[in-house]
Design a protein around this ligand. Structure first.
Ligand code: BGC
Length: 741
């Protein structure tokens, strides 16, 4: 909340920004008075968002868009950034338009602006909510300092399908963890007050259920029960809305027959009426127009009517509102009050961002200089990078542990297309990420191990059939004490429009891996991908595997710290790794079925050719030390609807090195009015333990934690027997039981 003195700014009488919803608040009166001066064309202009382009010579704005801004037909721009350019655009709007309404500047600041943090899926593996919030806060600080005021993030789509390339942008498969992360990221971007020039308005996306596309094919059909929608897919968006997200983006996909962008049930009934969302809804890129191809609208005009009636306030890039809405209003198809309502939401946002008070508040060259790629940004990129790494496997080779790298190792062969690579370390959606500042693994390792001879060969590329580098790679590997392989996906092999049906290492990387493994040297793989890959051969033949994913600017240093043991890996997977594509979807919170797997009985739910379990489950991740779990205790064998139950478990560091463990709490509701998953995450704690140290970890369970959508769709807990599981992953735990009475 901000209390500014009475000020006259650009012709407006302005008094502070007390955020009240009623029309009599300061904001309400201001916006109403402005609205009363607007023509219909200007109103629709506020509901229109166009992209800026980026040329080799720098940023450019399409001449027609410039004319649109001038005429009040476009009030918002995305993909325009840097203070100098955005100031020029803002000045253009402020000095030349009739009503002098400031422009909004949006951009996909997903995991950093110039300084890049790990892709969100990787970052979620830290399970560290404070650090995740800090990533969003710093990304906002850097981006807002570069003239932006709105980010198209957080992306909170739950997905259980690694074929879908956009899993890289989210927090994995679980709604409980996903919701906590969604709220943390929203708070991080927005800070305490939207008008703080170091924060951005958040945009929760993609509403809704975009991650449930059939076959994992991007933009694909989503069809599911309302129960699954509410229980699995909606909680993350809801958590972000509850955390105060200023805007929501409607998704490309249809949900059970109705495109999300024209879906009144989602955008009005659930979002506004049930959740009380008061902010602004923007479409995804041309998703109004796409309702024609969906076969939901006969033409764009009808699509625009459907979108605005469903609750979409702003049209991203489609020009449908601009081209057709006036006509729809004139024809009486859309009441003017509906348009006004949307315009008010857009103007409210601009007001809350402080733009009416000072349209140039985000446009300060000095601030841009100070906050771009600053020490603070780089230090955080390194810290969250280390914490995002998951140790998948670490077994001895000829009786000797491979990781952390032993002082006996003098000659390392660092091989792979991602080993001395900058751009791919930044992963998908890396905004204006500065490639030149990325620390490669080769650089990081050479700095960390100056006494070692580190020889590098790319060996091959991340795609294609070029095998010409394989011999050199084999030669280097054969002459080394240790082979470190940086393999995986390049930055366009995950993300939007990057669905894959075969999830092995792309290109000839698998062939190279097999050849190098045959050299008789110890091998450690750094797995760098935007999604869980299918790595069955690797898991069977390679003694050490670190899942590093795409870690951003400080990737090489973070990885070197973990390889050398300066940092002990502590991440846990937030998305299961399938053994085989044919298992997908494979996730921990599945249902039991009427014929749960029984290896001795053919007629149970299983495959003939592949086990049911994933290769590495949700919650899994090793450490250079080991942890022992004991004494799982419940404060009682029953829980009443009003009381709480204390669950405690003892964790001991039984290895030689200090390390962090993420202790996870799952429950199972044994009998319900509808069937319940075999496990549901209900809590976790991350703790640091010195060698030999042990601690008791406590969780509190209440009946509210056991709620679900019952047979009549009320969200309630049902009495009955429950199991409690506390452990190191969704597949390794101690177990006890209680009754809810
Ligand atoms: C993506 C969104 C993104 C938008 C603007 C779309 O293609 O689906 O996630 O925010 O483009 O760049």
């Amino acid at each position: 909340m901000r209390f500014a003195a009475l000020a006259i700014v650009f012709g407006y009488l302005f008094t502070g920004c007390a955020k009240q919803d009623d029309a009599n608040s300061t904001r309400g009166k201001f916006v109403k008075s402005l609205l009363s001066k607007m023509t219909m064309e200007e109103k629709i202009g506020q509901m229109t968002l166009y992209t800026s382009g980026w040329d080799v010579t720098g940023p450019v704005l399409n001449e027609n868009y410039r004319k649109d801004i001038l005429a009040g037909r476009c009030g918002n721009i995305f993909n325009a950034h840097t203070v100098t350019y955005n100031r020029e655009l803002q000045k253009f709007a402020m000095e030349n338009t009739r009503l002098k309404i400031p422009l909004l500047f949006g951009y996909d600041v997903i995991h950093g602006y110039k300084t890049i943090f790990p892709v969100p899926l990787a970052e979620s593996c830290s399970w560290d909510l404070a650090l995740i919030e800090k990533s969003a806060q710093l990304a906002a600080k850097e981006a807002a300092s570069a003239g932006l005021n709105w980010t198209f993030a957080p992306m909170v789509d739950i997905s259980r399908d690694p074929r879908w390339g956009r899993v890289a942008e989210g927090a994995g498969e679980d709604p409980y963890l996903g919701s906590l992360i969604a709220a943390s990221r929203t708070r991080g971007f927005q800070g305490a007050s939207l008008d703080d020039p170091l924060t951005l308005a958040a945009c929760v996306k993609h509403f809704a259920a975009y991650g449930a596309a059939e076959g994992g094919r991007d933009y694909g059909t989503v069809d599911m029960s309302e129960r699954s929608l509410r229980e699995v897919y909606l909680p993350t968006y809801h958590a972000a809305v509850n955390a105060g997200a200023a805007t929501v983006m409607s998704s490309f996909n249809e949900v059970s027959g109705v495109p999300a962008t024209g879906n009144r049930f989602l955008l009005t009934k659930i979002l506004r009426e049930e959740w009380g969302f008061k902010g602004m809804v923007v479409t995804d890129y041309t998703s109004i127009n796409e309702m024609v191809k969906h076969g939901y609208a006969a033409d764009e005009k009808q699509a625009g009517e459907q979108a605005v009636s469903a609750g979409v306030d702003m049209d991203m890039q489609g020009a449908v509102y601009q081209n057709f809405l006036i006509k729809s209003v004139k024809e009486g198809k859309i009441p003017e009050s509906v348009i006004d309502q949307s315009v008010v939401r857009v103007l409210n946002l601009k007001y809350d961002l402080g733009l009416f008070e000072d349209p140039y508040r985000y446009l300060n060259n000095q601030r841009e200089k100070e906050n771009t790629l600053s020490e603070e940004m780089l230090a955080h990129s390194l810290e969250i990078g280390r914490k995002s790494i998951v140790l998948l496997k670490n077994e001895p080779f000829n009786g000797v542990k491979i990781l952390p790298i032993s002082p006996e190792v003098h000659k390392i062969a660092l091989i792979g297309p991602l080993a001395d690579n900058r751009v791919d370390m930044m992963g998908t959606w890396h905004a204006a990420g500065d490639e030149t500042r990325v620390v490669t693994v080769l650089e990081g390792l050479r700095k960390a191990l100056p006494q070692c001879q580190i020889n590098f060969a790319a060996g091959c590329e991340t795609s294609g059939e070029n095998r010409s580098g394989l011999d050199e790679a084999i030669r280097l590997a054969s002459g080394s004490d240790l082979v470190i392989l940086a393999l995986g996906e390049n930055y366009v092999q995950s993300g939007e429009a990057a669905s894959r049906s075969i999830l092995g290492l792309p290109g000839v990387q698998q062939e190279m891996l097999e050849k190098l493994s045959a050299c008789g040297k110890p091998v450690a793989v750094l797995l760098m991908a935007g999604r869980p890959l299918v790595i069955r051969w690797m898991a069977n033949h390679v003694p050490a595997i670190l899942n590093t994913s795409h870690l951003g600017t400080m990737a090489g240093e973070a990885i070197a710290d973990v390889l050398t043991g300066k940092s002990n890996p502590s991440g846990k997977l937030t998305m299961s790794f399938p053994r085989d594509e044919g298992q997908i979807p494979v996730y921990y919170s599945m249902k039991n079925t009427g014929r749960p797997l029984d290896p001795a009985n053919k007629y149970t739910s299983k495959y003939l050719d592949v086990p049911n379990e994933p290769l590495y489950p949700f919650g899994y991740g090793l450490s250079y030390t080991s942890f022992g779990y004991s004494e799982l205790k419940l404060s009682s064998d029953h829980l009443s609807m009003k009381d709480s139950l204390l669950v405690s478990v003892q964790i001991k560091n039984i290895g030689q090195m200090a390390g962090e463990e993420i202790v996870q709490l799952y429950i199972r509701d044994l009998v319900g009015s509808v069937t319940r998953p075999v496990k549901e995450l209900k809590g976790f704690q991350k703790l640091m333990l010195q060698p030999g140290e042990s601690k008791e970890v406590k969780f509190i369970l209440r009946a509210d934690d056991l709620r679900f959508y019952t047979s009549n769709m009320t969200f309630a807990a049902e009495p009955g027997l429950f199991r409690v599981m506390a452990g190191t992953s969704s597949m390794q735990y101690l177990e006890a039981g209680f009754e809810l009475k």
